[in-house]
Design a protein around this ligand. Structure first.
Ligand code: MSP
Length: 514
């Protein structure tokens, strides 16, 4: 049983057959925001990502480039690490399925399943899609292709099978007893009806190629790449050592975030493997939607692959992170367009958030001797704004608990909107001569509101948030959500550094180039 304050979140491990694009960056980004939020909220976090390096797809991609699978996977895996660094992902571990620790975990899980009578030897005769690394029954093919549109080939070979069919009732009970096991709810219904439709035993080894983890005691077989890959979530915690600190603290995982295309592997096969091995299933699988680009599927052949690193260079890291997290409710499909991206960054980030901060900080700089102003008697408007910013943590926490990332941002930006309306209504610049005491109160209320907002936005747009907190002279050790309380409010008289702009508007020439 994992510790109560622990939070274990995982990304899928990425196939190294290709260069990363925004689709890949998206899954990890969502996990990163959730992990950052949980850490700021005082939880012990383990955030895992990595690369899925075995299987026919990777073997073929290596061969196509004239490389050994080893040499090829080293290079491509590195690209995923570079992306993770550039996106400032805060993963605690990066696992590669070619690592010894992982192989040990997979082979141990295999042995456990064999010992429990869950695996038997047979022959597989049916369709296989290398692109999906998935077996398909004849009855589900559409025009001779997989339902995903991927080409399939006929495979007939000796194979070990996992008794998936024996787990149907147990899985249905799991979905029933834990209605949030799969989110969003529409995805849960898909999984339930798939399982209700009946489960067939699953082929879990292959003999027609070599690039994989050998089946213990039968080296002619390699373990099916999905059984291999899914095990990363426990091998990274030290499994098969169930007393390892990682495993004890963090298993069962709180959350596996996956794209909708790989939900079935996570919500059906994975819990079945675990239950069959006498291990606890994860607590939740969240399936997000897919990004298209200007209405089209992202594909190399269409030439519309968006390189996340290019986005960061053109628009900025926080801008890219904000757009991807805010534009589309997490779980829905979304369409990427540069116009939408520019609109978000200029409207929400520059006009609303950046401008609020800049107006307030420069007024304080000019009119309050560059120190946190001292508040006097508070009005109802003052208390309303401070109250709204104080109530935000609870609202945002509730949204994050169900992975509603865009709604969490909406809640924060509602208060940013309220703060902007308050500045306009109070017009502190006009109070300088008429009522400097009132001006100080208004600017204090605003600075304190910004402090609270910036603490919360750290999970989503870490760089800009840090620069805002720097300008409010909030020390590094006072930046967790514990400091969102009134007791930790800005101290009047604290000297503030000269303000500088964060979250700039995108210049017209860049827009023209976009
Ligand atoms: N290797 C498997 C996962 C094994 S996990 C035990 C795999 N890898 S993948 O590289 O093909 O995909 C990884 C993730 O990227 C998936 O969650 C997938 O949904 C996501 N995306 C790939 N393209 C995407 C979009 N166009 N849009 C959003 N996410 C997409 O599957």
């Amino acid at each position: 049983m994992s510790s109560a304050d622990a939070f274990y979140v995982t990304t899928p491990i990425y196939y190294v057959n290709d260069v990363p694009h925004i689709g890949h960056a998206y899954t990890s980004l969502a996990c990163d925001a959730l992990a950052r939020f949980a850490r700021l909220d005082g939880r012990r976090v383990f955030f895992l990502t990595g690369t899925d390096e075995h299987g026919q797809k990777v073997e073929q991609a290596a061969a196509a480039r004239g490389l050994s699978p080893h040499a090829f996977t080293d290079t491509v895996s590195e690209r995923f690490r570079t992306l993770a660094d550039q996106m400032r992902f805060t993963h605690d571990d990066f696992i590669r399925t070619t690592e010894e620790r992982h192989k040990r975990g997979v082979q141990a899980l295999w042995r456990e399943l064999v010992q429990r009578g869950q695996i038997y030897l047979g022959t597989y005769a049916g369709w296989y899609s290398v692109r999906d690394e998935s077996f398909y029954a004849e009855s589900v093919l559409v025009d001779g292709k997989a339902p995903t549109g991927a080409p399939v080939e006929w495979v007939e070979e000796p194979s070990y099978f996992f008794r998936l069919s024996a787990w149907q009732e147990t899985l249905l009970r799991l979905y029933d007893e834990h209605p949030d096991f799969v989110l969003p709810p529409a995805r849960r219904n898909e999984v339930v009806s798939f399982v209700k439709g009946g489960l067939q035993d699953l082929s879990v080894s292959r003999t027609s190629f070599r690039w994989g983890i050998p089946v213990p005691d039968d080296e002619g077989h390699v373990i099916y790449v999905w059984l291999d890959a899914l095990t990363n979530y426990i091998s990274a915690l030290g499994y098969p050592d169930r007393d390892a600190a990682g495993y004890r603290t963090f298993w069962p995982a709180d959350l596996h975030v996956v794209g909708k295309d790989i939900l079935r592997f996570h919500a059906v096969f994975w819990p079945a493997f675990l239950l069959a091995a006498g291990l606890e299933p994860p607590r939740r699988i969240f399936a997000h939607g897919w990004w298209t680009v200007e209405g089209q599927k992202i594909s190399k052949s269409l030439g519309n692959v968006i390189d996340p690193i290019e986005l960061i260079e053109t628009y900025g890291l926080d801008q890219t992170r904000y757009f991807l997290l805010r534009e589309v409710p997490f779980g829905n499909d979304g369409d990427f367009s540069r116009a939408a991206m520019i609109n978000r960054m200029n409207r929400d980030l520059a006009n609303d958030y950046g401008n609020l901060v800049q107006r307030v900080l420069s007024l304080i700089q000019r009119n309050c001797e560059a120190r946190v102003p001292a508040p006097d008697r508070m009005t109802e408007d003052d208390r309303a704004l401070l109250g709204a910013s104080l109530a935000l943590l609870g609202r945002v926490r509730d949204e994050m608990a169900v992975q509603a990332l865009s709604r969490a941002l909406e809640a924060i930006f509602e208060v940013i909107g309220a703060a902007n309306r308050y500045v306009d209504a109070q017009a502190p610049w006009a109070l300088r001569r008429t009522d400097p005491t009132r001006m100080a109160t208004v600017l204090f209320v605003l600075a304190e509101t910004i402090r609270r907002i910036a603490l919360l936005t750290q999970a989503f747009i870490p760089d800009a948030s840090a620069r805002i907190l720097d300008q409010l002279a909030v020390p590094d050790e006072a930046r967790s959500f514990e400091q969102l309380s009134e007791a930790d409010a800005l101290r009047p008289g604290t000297p503030l550094p000269p303000p500088f702009g964060v979250l700039p508007r995108l210049a017209a020439e860049t827009i023209g180039a976009g």
